[in-house]
Design a protein around this ligand. Structure first.
Ligand SMILES: Nc1ncnc2c1ncn2[C@@H]1O[C@H](COP(=O)(O)OP(=O)(O)OP(=O)(O)O)[C@@H](O)[C@H]1O
Length: 640
């Protein structure tokens, strides 16, 4: 299994994350952000120019001292020479400070923009996006990859900029002093550029491995820490430790491969670089001896060559960071390029004066365009204030109906209406304002109890929060905590019992006061007291509101205005509890096997043979229940 997982990571690096952006494209993309922060950038660029200019001055002063001051024994000029060097050094210091500060300001602002854009984009992506992504991978992109891009912007763009200007300025001077010698020095450059490209490609491949395997570690950590209860309950700690070690080794190997390449590249460039110095010393000395170059000029030449060496050495170091940043930016922009599937129309209208009627009209839905159809020709009309219970086997499509009603997805065919509004025509904010969900897994956010209830209405007053908590039968237990409403609850509300969490979730929806409720009832075993408290608060929640309840509790089913029995994405039967029991159909059968003591019409499962007569309402082609000899085989039940 571990081998499989690692194999998937290896496959993923060639499929999911394709490195298709060159440095040029990356900078083109970054240009938008650069433009937003142009002021510090412009100041830094001016400083870079000033710096290049004053840096070129020092060897000139040295040359003047060697060639003019020393031979002429002009002692009186020495203080001026010293003063000039001091002044230039001071200017270099000031320009350097401004350049480095402005560039960092610029870089960090860009990073802040990218990070916020990415987070905002992820928040706005549709649920379908999250169905196929691992949280750890997204976290890696938001933190690790954005930071890797940051290294390029904060440290390297300015260096590369400054260096290229320095190199051009020096080259111009060298050419004007002795062009033949300069050509000889620059002869090594094409080779250096070629090698940089070859190594650059290898390093990108290596860093792609590093980022992908790093993201896999994050995903693994996220998965295993958030599911620590399962791991411990199965005693699988050692299994997870071994899996983690595998991920970690894979990450280490990828890093070592990248480091090996970079470690090789650095000395190769160093050797080529020293070749330039060798040429200047050997040929430059002979030029001096031939009288074509002064000693001062040779000294200045050597000083410039060493000034040029610095950018080249730095460039070879930067290559490493740059390749990493290219891979990282590819992963960041890959997410930014994904378009949300559920979008708001430009002329979307805000919902006003909602009665609460919900209509599904010929809805057909598959989770992905080529995927299996999970809802077929689904038609349902829910009148304002009605409670509709959805029941059926696991995988019948009950949760899908609820998700479509909240517009987490759009149906491929048909439409869903809230009153007369097609869900696709309304603003998402106004829709979500009017719909509330209480799900099976009650997720509470880290913060106080008050914050968690107010999450349903961010500007809720303390009074509103308390009224909601009282209605949800939560006030009493909240007040039993020393800090009351200010008690901090853990990441997932770990300090609270399942029943308490549920009551907080109900309070959260009550404070929001939506007209339409989707309730995915919890199956978790609650003690009788919690059960009755929750039942009571649920009744308050559902009163006078339209609701779709994915029903697990008998009482909800009894009280529902309409029960929809679903099978394989279709409605098989519908009616009230009494009507459906009297019909002796699928509902009666499911009721019979789950609650035999309450069944009056079905004494035992064997009587079920008649059920094979049942056909789905108005739908041809759905398999009736399979009858094997005298026994009935039904799909596995998880709900009802
Ligand atoms: N995010 C998803 N992506 C792809 N397929 C999905 C997704 N969610 C559900 N499905 C598939 O859609 C079908 C209907 O699932 P749904 O969750 O609606 O059933 P359900 O009746 O609510 O089941 P349960 O009672 O077990 O929760 C199932 O075959 C399921 O595998």
């Amino acid at each position: 299994m571990q081998a499989n997982v690692l194999q998937k990571i290896a496959e993923n690096k060639n499929g999911d994350v394709q490195i298709n952006r060159s440095v040029k494209k990356l900078y083109k993309r970054l240009w938008v952000y650069i433009w937003q922060n142009k002021l510090p950038f412009a100041i830094a660029i001016v400083m870079i120019f000033c710096l290049s200019f004053v840096q070129v001055l020092i060897p000139q002063i040295t040359r003047y001292a060697i060639d003019t001051v020393i031979p002429g024994k002009n002692f009186d000029q020495l203080p001026w020479i010293g003063g000039a060097i001091l002044l230039v050094s001071l200017l270099v210091g000031v320009f350097n400070f401004l350049r480095s500060y402005m560039m960092s300001l610029f870089g960090h602002r860009i990073l802040n923009n990218i990070r916020n854009d990415l987070y905002q984009h992820i928040q706005k992506l549709s649920i379908s996006f999250f169905d196929n992504r691992r949280t750890g991978d997204l976290m890696s992109r938001l933190s690790g990859d954005v930071n890797a891009m940051g290294n390029l912007i904060t440290a390297d763009i300015p260096e590369i900029f400054a260096d290229s200007i320095t190199v051009v300025a020096i080259s111009v001077y060298l050419f004007s002093t002795d062009w033949q010698l300069t050509v000889m020095v620059l002869v090594t450059w094409p080779l250096m550029i070629y090698l940089s490209q070859v190594f650059g490609k290898w390093m990108r491949d290596a860093y792609r491995d590093v980022q992908v395997s790093g993201a896999a570690i994050n995903s693994h950590i996220q998965d295993t820490i958030s599911n620590i209860n399962i791991i411990k309950s199965f005693g699988n700690e050692q299994y997870e430790i071994d899996r983690f070690a595998d991920y970690s080794r894979h990450y280490m190997d990828a890093n070592i491969r990248a480091v090996r390449l970079w470690s090789l590249f650095f000395p190769v460039i160093g050797i080529l670089n020293n070749l330039g110095t060798l040429i200047v010393v050997v040929f430059g000395s002979s030029e001096v001896m031939l009288g074509r170059l002064t000693i001062g000029e040779l000294a200045a030449f050597l000083a410039y060559i060493s000034q040029m060496n610095q950018p080249i050495r730095r460039f070879s170091k930067v290559m490493n960071i740059m390749q990493r940043a290219i891979v990282a930016s590819d992963r960041v922009f890959e997410i930014l390029d994904i378009k949300p599937e559920v979008t708001e129309k430009e002329d979307a209208v805000a919902i006003a004066n909602l009665q609460g009627k919900v209509t599904f009209e010929n809805v057909e839905f598959a989770y992905s365009h080529n995927g299996q159809v999970v809802l077929h020709e689904f038609n349902l009309e829910i009148q304002p204030g009605m409670t509709v219970a959805l029941v059926g086997s696991s995988g019948a499509g009950k949760s899908t109906v609820a998700k479509l009603a909240m517009r987490f997805y759009d149906p491929q065919k048909g439409r869903i209406l809230l009153d007369a509004y097609d869900l696709r025509d309304v603003t998402l904010d106004s829709l979500r304002d009017r719909v509330g969900i209480v799900s099976q897994e009650t997720l509470l956010l880290y913060g106080t109890i008050r914050d968690n209830i107010a999450y349903g209405k961010l500007d809720a007053t303390d009074e509103e929060i308390e009224v909601a908590a009282k209605a949800a039968n939560a006030h009493q237990f909240i007040m039993s905590f020393p800090e009351g409403y200010n008690s901090i609850i853990g990441e997932r509300g770990l300090k609270l019992s399942g029943g308490q969490r549920q009551r907080l979730a109900i309070a959260r929806v009550l404070v929001k006061n939506p007209q339409f409720i989707v309730l995915d009832e919890a199956t978790s075993a609650l003690d009788t007291e919690s059960e009755s408290l929750i039942q009571e608060s649920l009744q308050k929640l559902l009163k006078d509101r339209t609701s779709i309840v994915i029903a697990h509790r008998l009482s909800t089913i009894y009280n529902a205005d309409l029960i929809i029995v679903m099978e394989e994405g279709r409605i098989l039967e519908m009616g009230t509890h009494a009507e459906l029991i009297a019909k002796r159909g699928r509902y009666a059968y499911l009721h019979g096997i789950q609650f035999p003591q309450k069944t009056t019409l079905l004494e035992s499962i064997e009587e079920i043979k008649e059920i094979k007569e049942i056909e789905p309402i108005g739908v041809k082609g759905l398999k009736p229940l399979k009858v094997v000899e005298s026994k009935v085989v039904v799909p596995e039940l998880t709900t009802f």
